[in-house]
Design a protein around this ligand. Structure first.
Ligand code: COI
Length: 362
């Protein structure tokens, strides 16, 4: 390992405070965090230190002007008891795509990949092993200048924190497509995994919940017609045995999901027709009336593969044929993806990265 990293281990562990029978999502945090500062145009030595609060300047530029980006990743407990990461290089590439869009410094591969491996090794006792469980990893990069002028910050913090988690959604979700709010426009920051995109989604989701839905199905911002994604997952629609998902690119309007890419790769390998192209919501409605709207599901790191139970739009509600659980395609995807991640299905595509045991535990 080339990375120069200082390690300061915590004197005690909080692991006994965790209810591993009811993890939920994002409630518990492990004993350490990884931290690296960027200043004078260079990354300084990274450290793994006991988990702790940060002290912030009231003029912290991330708080005022939103230069804040993050990633979502998972470490899994493999069948042989070791820890594995799922396609971490994809998250490294994506955080740097987000960084370029938000005028932030890119994170070197060593710092991101080797830092994560070492961090996960130190926290390996925290990786839960139940069905649907994992150690969720949250890399975060934000601007730390204490200055009120609007310009790219000169100093940044890169952090990785970790949380043992269960399923993000424990049942199929109901999504609402509406025309009042939009998430992203072409040329904007929709493809960046930046904090503001999540803030922008909250009001629409809150209002959707009042109407009995769990999430928004975002429509394109120009014609308010083409299905994009939800705030927590990319979306797929199965119509007449063909599979549709919105197109993703660095200057586009949807997040370039790692689980999205993995799902597309598996589906194509299995011989399905997969179309990454704009799909009009009216085409889904028409398919519903013809009886050819077979399945809809979301893909995401937190959400894994989550079926959609119903789509609300214009005072009507449509449902895929598989609306009470997984359909045949989402079921196969869920089982294959989680099987690869846990080692019960061969990793033919070389998606897993083993976490070596660097630190011997006594
Ligand atoms: C993830 O799937 O990792 C995300 O960042 C989505 C977030 C809603 C938890």
């Amino acid at each position: 390992m080339e990375l120069n990293i200082e390690i300061h281990l915590s004197a005690y562990s909080r692991i006994n405070e965790v209810n591993f029978n009811d993890l939920g999502f994002g409630r518990y945090f492990t004993d350490h965090l990884l931290i690296a500062t960027y200043k004078e145009k260079a990354w300084q030595t990274a450290k793994i230190i006991p988990f702790q609060d940060l002290s912030i300047h009231p003029a912290l530029s991330a708080l005022h002007y939103g230069q804040s980006i993050f990633e979502g990743m998972k470490a899994f407990k493999y069948t042989d008891g070791s820890a594995v990461l799922f396609r971490p290089e994809k998250n490294w590439q994506r955080i740097n795509t987000s960084a370029r869009r938000l005028c932030m410094p890119e994170i070197p591969e060593d710092l991101f990949i080797e830092g994560l491996k070492l961090f996960v090794d130190i926290e390996r006792n925290w990786i839960p092993s139940g069905q649907g469980e994992a150690l969720y990893l949250r890399p975060l990069l934000f601007a730390t200048d204490s200055f009120l002028g609007v310009r790219p910050s000169e100093e940044y913090l890169f952090l990785v924190i970790a949380s043992p988690v269960g399923k993000y959604y424990s049942q199929p979700i109901r999504v609402l497509a509406q025309k009042q709010y939009v998430r992203a426009v072409r040329g904007g920051v929709g493809a960046a995994k930046t904090a503001g995109n999540y803030a922008a989604s909250l009001l629409a989701v809150q209002e959707a919940k009042k109407k009995g839905y769990d999430q928004i199905l975002w429509l394109d911002a120009i014609q308010l017609s083409f299905v994009e994604e939800s705030s927590t997952m990319n979306l797929f629609f199965v119509i007449d045995d063909a599979i549709y998902t919105a197109p993703a690119s660095p200057d586009g309007t949807i997040l370039m999901g790692v689980t999205r890419d993995s799902a597309i790769t598996l589906l194509k390998k299995w011989g399905y027709e997969v179309y990454e192209k704009p799909l009009n919501i009216q085409d889904i409605i028409q398919a519903y009336h013809k009886g050819t709207f077979q399945e809809a599901f979301g893909t995401g790191t937190a959400a894994s593969i989550t079926p959609l139970a119903a789509i609300g739009f214009d005072d009507q509600e449509i449902m895929p044929i598989a609306n009470t659980g997984y359909g045949p395609i989402s079921q196969r995807l869920y089982e294959t993806l989680t099987g690869i991640q846990r080692g019960t299905i061969a990793d033919e595509l070389n998606w897993l990265v083993r976490v070596p045991e660097y630190i011997p535990f006594t």
